[in-house]
Design a protein around this ligand. Structure first.
Ligand SMILES: Nc1ncnc2c1ncn2[C@@H]1O[C@H](COP(=O)(O)OP(=O)(O)OP(=O)(O)O)[C@@H](O)[C@H]1O
Length: 474
């Protein structure tokens, strides 16, 4: 993998790295980043890593594309073309951000399937325009990693915590895509996440929208396993539940919170956020809505000892705890901070996280100011003071794209987008780790535009660099 990363760096081209779930795209991204730094004797100047969602950016070790460009929520103007919008956004960008873009030589973007066409156009235009305004000797390039058979960009109304774009064209539909990736595509084909050949074969069919008889038999078996295993009292708390819709996630989390509270006898702590607009006039409702859409942290957070939670900020990044890292509340600690006491916060949760570095980190989580930034105004324009946690017994399919899980309960009956069933199922490492609560074969969908895009890549055979690794070759 190191050799491949070095070849990608030496080629000096922008490249699109693709392949199904678990073929090592994110791992290759991290290796490219590491090799870039090796080539610069440890310096990371000139390198940036970004992804469309908080979880994906944490998994890839970077920031969200919104944060990279310092874009506010709802920054796009759909009345104008993508190119016109990109020109406007760049013109309104602050000088510091432009200079940061201008010194970026290598931009690594993960989970590009969830980047919208408009966002991609804006990103490429801003990078180009910054280079023209602040010329540099080295050109910039972007290596994008992703599988368009996985989740597409989403409408904000569908899943408020993900991509804040009201339009959902794929990045490859952007007028800027072909200019970058016309002649440089790398397809990885060796699946690392799963070992079982039968499971890998079934997932390969599912990826392109095929409901095979072996898939139907497997789903029946795993539904039976769910019915049996869910009899155990700890099952719903101990196994991550993946749902298609946010409301099902909230319902499951509330149920688990009640059960955990009853089981542990621990009282429930309730934290109410303090929202504030800064230099702008907004109604309380509009302010809350803007913050709810842009931040993961809820307005009202209720937790008890034993609650499974996820971190909602990057303030503990130095300890290996990122936005999206999951942990368990182990106890509450009295708070002695007079400012917080005056706000009614007399105790704070202490959480034990499994960090990205594989070690456990136990730490008290203090309320934090989480800010919304705008390109059209200087500095943040709204902020929320809240304990940066959310309940995490259940998650949406959108939040698990990019992750690997040993075990999961999949509630797939309410999937509503192409690629959802595939993404949920392909997160799990083994067949025995899959428990299926619901499944409807008609929800297995592969997007026709994506099929046409990949068929076109097949046609351009000379440009595709296909690689199937063996384990010993790493
Ligand atoms: N070269 C490798 N050697 C050993 N393990 C690997 C290798 N590449 C990937 N893996 C492991 O396989 C799993 C999936 O890898 P990764 O997340 O990089 O895949 P991906 O292609 O980005 O998946 P997805 O598209 O589903 O997000 C991870 O647990 C990773 O550690």
């Amino acid at each position: 993998m190191r050799q491949l990363a070095r070849r990608l760096l030496e080629s000096m081209d922008s490249t699109f790295v693709t392949g199904g779930g678990g073929v090592g795209k994110t791992r290759l991204l991290r290796t490219v980043a590491e090799q870039f730094q090796v080539s610069r004797r440890g310096a990371s100047m000139g390198l940036r890593v970004a992804a469309p969602t908080c979880v994906a950016s944490a998994t890839a070790g970077g920031v969200t594309i919104h944060a990279f460009l310092r874009l506010p929520a709802r920054c796009f103007d759909y009345k104008v073309t993508e190119k016109e919008d990109a020109v406007r956004i760049y013109a309104e960008m602050d000088q510091k951000t432009k200079q940061r873009l201008a010194v970026t030589e290598l931009l690594l973007v993960d989970e590009v399937s969830m980047v919208s066409s408009r966002m991609f156009t804006v990103l490429v235009h801003c990078m180009d325009a910054a280079r023209i305004e602040f010329p540099r000797a080295m050109p910039w390039r972007m290596i994008a990693f992703g599988d368009f058979y996985q989740l597409p960009p989403v409408y904000s109304a569908e899943n408020a915590d993900i991509v804040l774009d009201a339009e959902a064209g794929f990045a490859f539909e952007s007028p800027s895509w072909n200019g970058l990736y016309k002649s440089s595509v790398l397809e990885l084909t060796y699946v690392w996440r799963q070992e079982d050949a039968a499971f890998i074969g079934m997932l390969g069919e599912l990826r392109v929208g095929v409901v095979s008889s072996r898939l139907l038999t497997f789903m029946e078996e795993r539904m039976a396993a769910y019915r049996k295993e869910s009899q155990s009292s700890r099952f719903s708390q101990d196994v991550t539940h993946i749902f298609a819709r946010c409301e099902d996630v909230s319902k499951h989390n509330s149920q688990c919170l009640e059960e955990t509270e009853r089981a542990t006898g621990s009282g429930r702590a309730k934290y109410k956020a303090i929202d504030q607009a800064m230099g702008v006039t907004m109604t309380d409702m509009a302010l809350k809505e803007a913050l709810d859409v842009a931040l993961l942290v809820p307005f009202i957070l209720e937790v008890c000892a034993g609650a499974r939670v996820a971190m909602c900020s990057n303030s503990l990044k130095h300890k290996g705890v990122h936005n999206g890292t999951v942990g368990v509340v182990v106890r509450f600690e009295n708070c002695h901070n007079s400012a917080l006491l005056s706000l009614g916060v007399d105790k704070v949760p202490v959480v034990r996280f499994e960090s990205m570095k594989g070690t456990a980190v136990t730490t008290a989580i203090m309320p934090e100011l989480l800010k919304l930034e705008s390109v059209t105004q200087r500095g943040p324009y709204a902020q929320r003071l809240q304990v940066p946690l959310m309940l995490a017994w259940a998650v949406t399919v959108h939040r698990v794209q990019g992750l690997s899980l040993d075990r999961a309960v999949l509630d797939l009956g309410r999937c509503f987008k192409a690629g959802m069933v595939y993404v949920a199922l392909s997160r799990v490492r083994s067949m025995n780790g899959v428990c299926v609560k619901s499944f409807v074969p008609s929800k297995v969908i592969a997007d026709a535009t994506v099929q046409a895009f990949y068929a076109l890549q097949e046609g351009k055979d000379e440009n595709i660099w296909r690689l199937s690794f063996c384990r010993h070759a790493q």
